[in-house]
Design a protein around this ligand. Structure first.
Ligand code: GLU
Length: 419
């Protein structure tokens, strides 16, 4: 992220607060305060017009205490080292909350992919893989999709890595298309996990999703699929906000039609229309009178400038780090429930884990089996977090961090510091 906001500092503040509440000394968790490894690379690309452009790329491995490092790669003009470091740490915590045997990593290239042709994107991706090659691999660090990267980009990553090895290595990356070792259910997994987490919460507080109003920020993989699945639970998706602007329909948007439109329109809802639809401002979006706000775009979206005007009673964090420490404080004081990112959006990495296991076994599972197991893992993680939340009288974010940190610290303790 650009500007003065530092997401790594944001992550550290919560980490230290949670570690303190667990009664840990700094010595217990000191290895979690810095990434194990940070790699910055230059990625030269010969553009279609013959010029050479050089993009800055990163891969950060925050922790391998609980298993191989795992986490996505994003292509974004604001990607920088602090952002990637924070995202890598959140992956460590996320994998620990859902108790899958991974540490955390993240990668990024500072680029606006909308300005590159498909061939330029392919060359950039493959060259980036060459630059981070020594530190990735099925037993070291396994990338996946994130903001502005998809199955096609994962296919290029698999290809580049495999060319260096001299044989095809599907397990080096997850989120691949089905025909090259992808998993059924992976595309929907993050949105499904978010929906399941919200349902678990509503069940606990004795509320029905029927008729509840939802506003979504971000209409990429997580926002669009999450919205669709929540609508299937009887919720009304009244607003969608994205880089194109914000659309509002008090009667509930036709999400399937909107998804279809965006797919044909460079992933944007610009120009989308339906009965009862209004275009509103970004400011109006945050203060809409809705039950659930589903930020599913980037970090730092809910902060001291807009948290005060939020009317939603529940924030379901689909994005990584959408709420700053200041925003969080304001919302907590107002009694808003925040269902935190490291729990809400963990469904993606859970099915990534299933994909990796399938690749290592060279066997394909059925979709029902995948969704059932995703459901079990998300439910168990919710119960773990909810239990701490009730027992220690802390927010769900604090409880999720506490569950995660305890597991990572225990793993580190069992292994001991090398040498
Ligand atoms: N980028 C996703 C996340 O932030 C998925 C990571 C993965 O599947 O490894 O959780």
């Amino acid at each position: 992220m650009s500007g003065t906001y530092n997401p790594y500092e944001n992550m550290l503040a919560v980490l230290e607060d949670a570690a303190g509440r667990l009664g840990l000394t700094r010595n217990d968790y000191i290895t979690m305060t810095q990434p194990e490894r940070e790699l910055t690379v230059s990625v030269p690309v010969v553009m279609d017009d013959g010029r050479t452009e050089v993009f800055q790329g990163y891969r950060v491995q925050h922790s391998s205490s609980r298993g191989p490092c795992k986490g996505g790669i994003r292509f974004h003009p604001d990607a920088d080292l602090n952002e990637v470091k924070a995202l890598a740490a959140w992956m460590t915590l996320k994998c620990a909350v859902v108790n899958i045997p991974y540490g955390g990593a993240k990668g990024g290239i500072r680029v606006d992919p909308a300005n590159l042709s498909k061939n330029e994107l392919m060359r950039m991706t493959k060259r980036y893989v060459a630059q981070i090659l020594p530190i990735i691999g099925p037993e070291k660090d396994i990338p996946a999709p994130d903001v502005n990267t998809d199955g096609q980009v994962m296919a290029w990553i698999m290809d580049a890595f495999s060319m260096f090895k001299g044989y095809t290595v599907p397990a080096v990356v997850t989120g691949k298309p089905l025909d090259i070792g992808g998993s059924l259910g992976r595309v929907e997994a993050t949105g499904r996990g978010a929906m399941l987490t919200l349902m678990s919460y509503l069940e606990k507080v004795g509320k029905s999703p029927k008729g509840m109003k939802l506003a979504v920020q971000g209409f990429g993989n997580v926002g669009s699929i999450g919205a669709k699945l929540m609508r299937e639970q009887g919720m009304k998706v009244v607003a969608v906000s994205d880089a194109f602007g914000t659309v509002y329909n008090p009667e509930g948007l036709d999400i399937e039609a909107a998804i279809e439109y965006a797919a044909k329109n460079k992933k944007s809802l610009a120009g989308y229309s339906e009965n009862g639809l209004k275009v509103i401002s970004n400011q109006e979006f945050w203060s809409l009178d809705v039950d659930v706000l589903f930020p599913a775009a980037l970090e730092n979206q809910i902060n001291e400038s807009n948290a005060g005007s939020i009317k939603a009673k529940i924030i379901l964090e689909g994005a990584n780090g959408p709420t700053t420490v200041e925003g969080d404080k304001i919302l907590n004081e107002k009694g808003v429930t925040i269902i935190p990112d490291i729990l809400t959006n963990a469904g993606g990495v859970v099915v990534s884990y299933f994909e990796w296991v399938q690749n290592l076994e060279a066997f394909m599972w059925e979709e029902d089996y995948i969704n059932q197991n995703l459901g079990k893992i998300m439910k168990r993680a919710f119960e773990d977090v909810w239990g701490i939340c009730q027992e220690k009288k802390v927010t769900m974010r604090m409880a999720a961090y506490m569950v995660a940190i305890k597991r990572v610290v225990h793993a580190k303790k069992l292994r001991g510091v090398f040498p």
